[in-house]
Design a protein around this ligand. Structure first.
Ligand SMILES: O=C(O)CCC(=O)C(=O)O
Ligand SMILES: [Fe+2]
Length: 224
């Protein structure tokens, strides 16, 4: 008889995660991106939503563009506000655990060598946007895989705020994703330009990036 797997505090579904993570790995292998409605475990969604409700605007700061010394505020490119997730809160810790399980699964299946993960909550007020961009530039970064998780109950098409993904270099083949609660999108950071269209409601999400280790000499990168 098999011993049941230990249950995580927010989700009794590591086994279900396995099936979802397999689907994500297959889609990444075939297309380089995966769009998965109802992917985040419901208990994790509930915990993250409760945390968002407990936060206020002072916990968020205006999002910038670029890394470290290249970081700048740019109202033309993006107008959302963000809060980095450290794991200090139980919900943040549960999210990081989920992201870590996905990382290990993808490393096993796709040999991506993903080394670390960084992520933040994002709040887009009505009208906020993030113009067309790439999350990583070839040879210039260690961000390999982007993941976005949406935290908006009852989101409808007229609410707008879609993630618009450009699937080919010409920009003719696009995909729109509604930011509904529990939907997760994963994609190769260097391959897919994307943008966030303005919404008519407050829009909440988590954006995260898996990175490879590009430390050399005395320069530790990622810095952790
Ligand atoms: O929220 C989204 O749909 C995508 C956000 C994004 O592209 C980013 O933060 O880099
Ligand atoms: Fe992005």
């Amino acid at each position: 008889m098999q011993t049941p797997a230990p249950q995580s505090p927010v989700s009794a579904t590591p086994q279900d995660d396995g099936a979802l993570f397999d689907r994500i790995a297959d889609a990444l292998r075939e297309r380089g991106y995966a769009v998965c409605p109802n992917a985040l475990p419901p208990a994790l969604c509930a915990a993250l939503l409760a945390q968002l409700q407990a936060m206020n605007s002072a916990d968020f700061s205006r999002a910038g563009v670029g890394r470290e010394e290249d970081w700048t505020l740019n109202n033309f490119v993006r107008s959302d506000a963000i809060c980095w997730i450290t794991g200090a809160s139980p919900a943040g810790g549960d999210w990081l655990d989920w992201a870590s399980r996905l990382r290990q699964h993808l490393n096993r299946q796709l040999l991506l060598g993903l080394f670390s993960f960084e992520s933040h909550f994002a709040h887009y007020r009505p009208g906020d946007f993030y113009r067309k961009h790439l999350d990583a530039f070839r040879g210039d970064t260690n961000r390999v895989l982007s993941v976005v998780a949406y935290l908006n109950p009852d989101w409808q098409a007229p609410d707008g705020g879609e993630l618009l993904m450009y699937l080919d270099a010409e920009g003719g083949n696009t995909l729109k994703v509604l930011p509904g609660l529990g939907t997760v999108v994963v994609f190769l950071s260097e391959e897919f330009p994307h943008e966030v269209l303005p919404a008519r409601r407050d829009r909440y999400s988590i954006a995260g990036w898996y990175r490879v280790n590009t430390s050399r000499g005395d320069r530790i990168d990622p810095p952790q």
